[in-house]
Design a protein. Structure first.
Length: 143
């Protein structure tokens, strides 16, 4: 680890074994070593990749070096949090829309045998449902 930055360099082995027939290929990604010095990590990864073919392994394999900052949250976590927030906001909007449709008498809420909620158009809902395609067309009129 670099004393000042808390950075480590992980050598990864990315391998693919080709299967025959309709089976999907097997792909694996393994961290096989961790170094505090980037130059050394790159040298070792290159040597391993060069040796891989000489040894006669039949799977396709690539060795790479990834840099990680210790105790740093992964970038994927920020992406996941953003997506979860979008899902929550969408669910809130759907809940609001369903509540409004029930309030206006366009749908009824039912509870199925499985305990889940289901919604059914009322006669008022069916009457307006027939008009929805025309309303949407008016909203998205092409020039």
């Amino acid at each position: 680890m670099n004393k000042n930055s808390g950075v480590v360099y992980c050598i990864t082995m990315i391998s693919q074994t080709t299967n025959s027939g309709d089976k999907l290929d097997d792909i694996s990604i393994d961290c096989i070593a961790v170094y505090s010095n980037k130059k050394k990590a790159v040298e070792v990864a290159k040597e391993m990749e060069d040796n891989h073919n000489k040894v006669g392994f039949t799977d396709e394999c690539v060795y790479d070096v990834f840099e990680f900052t210790l105790d740093a949250e992964p970038m994927l976590l920020a992406f996941q949090r953003k997506k979860l927030k979008q899902i929550e906001e969408t669910n809130d909007k759907v809940d609001e829309a369903l509540t409004e449709l029930m309030r206006t008498g366009h749908i009824d809420q039912l509870i199925g045998e499985d305990g889940h909620f289901y919604y059914e158009l009322t006669s008022d809902g069916k009457a307006i449902a027939d008009k929805i395609p025309e309303l949407v067309k008016k909203l998205f009129k092409k020039d």
